[in-house]
Design a protein around this ligand. Sequence first.
Ligand code: SF4
Ligand code: SF4
Length: 326
Amino acid sequence: MKKRFKRIYIEITNVCNLKCRFCDTINRKQEFMTIDNVEKILEQIKNYTDYIYLHVKGEPLLHPNIEEILDLAFKYNLNVIITTNGTLIKNKAGILSKAKAIRQINISLHSIEQNSNLDFDKKLYFEDLFNTVEEITKVNNFYVSYRLWNLEDIKDSDKNTEVLNSLKNYYNISNLFELVKNNDFIKISEKKYINLDTIYEWPNLNKDVISKTGSCYGLINQIAILVDGTVVPCCLDQNGDINLGNILESGSKSNVKSGFKSDVINDKSESNLKVDLQNNSNYNYENSFENILNSNLAKEIAEGFKKNKLLHPLCQRCGFRELKRR
Ligand code: SF4
Ligand code: SF4
């Protein structure tokens, strides 16, 4: 039977070992999800998706229990996609080589360019990284996507000269610099790719409204769960502004905070939503995943997308097309 969501993001930690320039500081407590909570979540979502993505913010390979988390995903028959900045792949090579649940690893190679303070030999770093990836995938043949999502313009490859040179030499792609001018997806081998894209901005309630019309995959074919259990429509809601409920409070009566800020709702067209958001805050239900999906707020936002309306203030401040590629 087809499951409702193509993917569910689970933020197993919001702690990171890097500080990329484009990555906004979050206003949430920094923490690691406990194994018990990971299992509580997997039990509840297993009938809603076949694919879990272990990130929203944070570096998933920093999680001290990453091995157990991958084992749990396997137990619940879920395919795992890891997006990592790559710096811990060598450390975790033993775990990554064995984890049967892993379907794909996305390695954000742009994170090295984004942290100009990193003081090591980049050429050696990339060579070592590619070697490790090759060793791991010899025994655990998952997909690998090397990401360069730091471009101002899709044809601008200048800022990535160093890493492209390393990729070109390591994988013997003599015309790589030509290829990246006209392609955003380059196949290296059967299950390995280079993926280029422009840099994206995180939506933020303090920014100006971009649009009130549009559609999005959030709540339609994907949804995200933040490290404290807060369910949000998408992997771009980095501060939990569209708080649909807390999946870890299952069984208790909830008092859902919408994350809605009244000062950003300032025109008539948004006043109806304001009422609904407030109703959602007072809505008492057992906070199972299913009930969260059936909450007024979740249904209104999803219906809005189907009618080409961006109802939530955060969605109105979001270059939402970006969601399609995370
Ligand atoms: S973009 Fe990713 S790797 Fe970079 S600081 Fe943010 S969470 Fe860390
Ligand atoms: S429009 Fe943006 S903020 Fe709203 S659900 Fe989609 S990706 Fe998330």
